[in-house]
Design a protein around this ligand. Sequence first.
Ligand SMILES: [Zn+2]
Length: 109
Amino acid sequence: MPQLKSSPRTCDKGHIFYKSSNCPVCPVCEAGKPINYTLWIGLAAPARRALASKGITNVNILSQFTEEEILALHGMGKSSIPLLKKALVIAGKILGKRAIQLNKLTNNC
Ligand SMILES: [Zn+2]
């Protein structure tokens, strides 16, 4: 079967959705999941998924990443950064300042 740019997928529960990447996450199922990281509730769903894919579920974990690393995540846009920074400020934290080379993020979603 040829890889189309945006092909219809069907998840285990029968939802049909379209993705241009190889990301297997069903947006319908994803939307039904409880949001346990309410600090960034204003964030777009792809950005939240990007964070979740790296296990970033709270500001403590988020603060260990640099802005560059966060921006490199699939689904994360520049507009999401101010929201994340706001969440960090509320928690009294800042984004990581360590060297970017550490734990170079891979992205297979
Ligand atoms: Zn689904």
